[in-house]
Design a protein around this ligand. Structure first.
Ligand code: GAR
Length: 200
């Protein structure tokens, strides 16, 4: 059984969606460990209630790579095959990325390469685009730049606020993140340059 490692910093709704799909047998793997850099992260409490292995690894005051080395050590201890960043609000060091080449996924609440970074639902509203969405991508050494695995489009309505828009995007995040995890775990994806293509 392939093993997933989940990294989160907050609410953890994407983690929950993945966990539900694992339980339902829709993802061919198991969640080996859930790691948070925030002790009070709701997602960490949810994982504990689900009976999953959890680790709180504080990031505050640590150099990026020193923190990443601790996280990688735990992921290796649990023999994780695929790392899922699920609202993990930290940039990974090259050390981390080289420890799991092509095996780290991130979910981003915009249609990359539009609106990388943070507060991206607000960025999309302020810019005035009519459509935004979400992206699951393989993490490389840039910020929100890696090869795209899945995307979903969400229209922006005239009366949208950051909150209503974020909620509609989140629904799609929950759907496509599990889809991307399944594709990676089933080894269905091959890379051609930046493009991810389905293996025949
Ligand atoms: C999600 O919207 C996710 O796309 C975003 O944080 C939220 C976490 O929600 N991630 C990023 O912005 C990464 N740069 P969750 O904790 O409920 O899954």
């Amino acid at each position: 059984m392939k093993k997933l490692g989940i990294l989160l910093s907050g609410r953890g709704s994407n983690f929950e969606a993945i966990a539900r799909n694992v339980q339902a047998g829709k993802i061919p793997g198991e969640i080996a460990v859930v790691i948070s850099n925030k002790e009070d992260a709701l997602g960490l409490q949810t994982a504990q209630k689900m009976g999953l292995a959890t680790r709180f690894i504080p990031s505050k005051g640590k150099e990026r790579e020193a923190f990443d080395r601790e996280v990688v050590a735990v992921l290796k201890e649990f023999q994780v095959d695929l790392v899922c960043l699920a609202g993990f609000m930290r940039i990974l060091s090259p050390y981390f990325i080289r420890a799991f080449p092509g095996r780290i996924l991130n979910i981003h609440p915009a249609l990359l390469p539009c609106f990388p970074g943070v507060e991206v639902q607000k960025q999309a509203l302020d810019y005035g685009v009519k459509f935004t969405g979400c992206t699951v991508h393989i993490v490389d050494e840039g910020v929100d730049t890696g090869p795209i695995v899945c995307q979903a489009v969400v229209p922006i309505l005239d009366d949208d606020t950051v909150e209503t828009l974020a909620a509609r995007i989140l629904k799609e995040e929950h759907r496509i993140y599990s889809e991307a995890v399944r594709l990676l775990l089933e080894d269905r994806i091959r890379l051609e340059g930046r493009r991810t293509l389905l293996k025949k």
